[in-house]
Ligand binder design. Structure first.
Ligand SMILES: C[S@@+](CC[C@H](N)C(=O)[O-])C[C@H]1O[C@@H](n2cnc3c(N)ncnc32)[C@H](O)[C@@H]1O
Length: 226
């Protein structure tokens, strides 16, 4: 199974060994399986709310386990069929929570719930790798309000769609900008196309809430004004 360009970008950000990696809203579980295969963590936890998906994934992982000889180096895995907002973050030295492939507003609500439901000292060693489908501006505003700091951000053009991969944690003091000002390279025609796409999209939204969307448009325009 070959990872998409978007999931590969996330996979690449996980270069060091971790205690636990969460593949949240995992669906097919491709990312978590790739991480398991290369033993990126002592434990990989798959979470999705759809029972049929999780039953299939559990069966698939169990059959892979049976094929492999039991070996201490094999990382453990767990499949949880539940709401990602209710995951319990244990105390550990290093942990990564990946949430990808859901809308930005839902993604923000999931991060807000995870933070509200878990102890601050458990969250301090967590790195969140987030890749929403749309609504990145609202997501970024919300992440900043939660007190998270930026670790890295990048634009990924995959299968004719643009995605932002945003990595944040409480241990970073770097401010999260609303428009992702560290991820742009305007020498790239793709990035210029993404900026135009965002501005066109928010122009169409002006009739919903003019002052709010005008500010969003101005923020994206300012990226190339200076
Ligand atoms: C399009 S898939 C994303 C798959 C994969 N993460 C990716 O990026 O390719 C979105 C998944 O999110 C799951 N989902 C949506 N809301 C959820 C929630 N509150 N808790 C757990 N899973 C959720 C859906 O069931 C679906 O399988």
């Amino acid at each position: 199974m070959k990872l998409s360009k978007r999931l590969t970008a996330i996979d690449t950000l996980i270069s060091q060994h971790h205690d636990i990696i969460w593949d949240c809203c995992c669906d097919h579980g491709y990312l978590g399986m790739a991480l398991l295969k290369r033993a990126a963590a002592s434990q990989v936890i798959f979470v999705d709310i759809v029972a049929t998906l999780m039953n299939d994934l559990e069966a698939q992982l169990s059959s892979i386990n049976k094929l492999q000889k039991t070996c201490d180096k094999n990382p453990q895995w767990q499949v949880l069929c539940q709401d990602v907002g209710k995951i319990e973050i244990a105390q550990s030295k290093s942990q990564v929570v990946v949430i990808a492939g859901v809308g930005g507003e839902l993604l923000l609500s999931l991060v807000q719930q995870i933070i509200a439901n878990n102890a601050v000292e458990h969250l301090n060693n967590v790195r969140f790798i987030l890749c929403p489908v749309h609504h990145t501006y609202k997501l970024r505003v919300g992440l900043k309000q939660l007190g998270l700091g930026l670790v890295s951000e990048q634009i990924v053009y995959d299968n004719k769609r643009f995605y932002e991969v945003i990595e944040v944690s409480f241990s970073s003091n770097n401010e999260i900008s609303h428009t992702g000002n560290k991820m742009w390279n305007f020498a790239s025609t793709e990035h210029a196309m993404y900026q135009r796409q965002l501005i066109n999209h928010y122009n169409k939204m002006l009739n919903k809430d003019k002052p709010y969307y005008q500010k969003v448009i101005t923020d994206y325009q300012e990226l190339t004004d200076s």
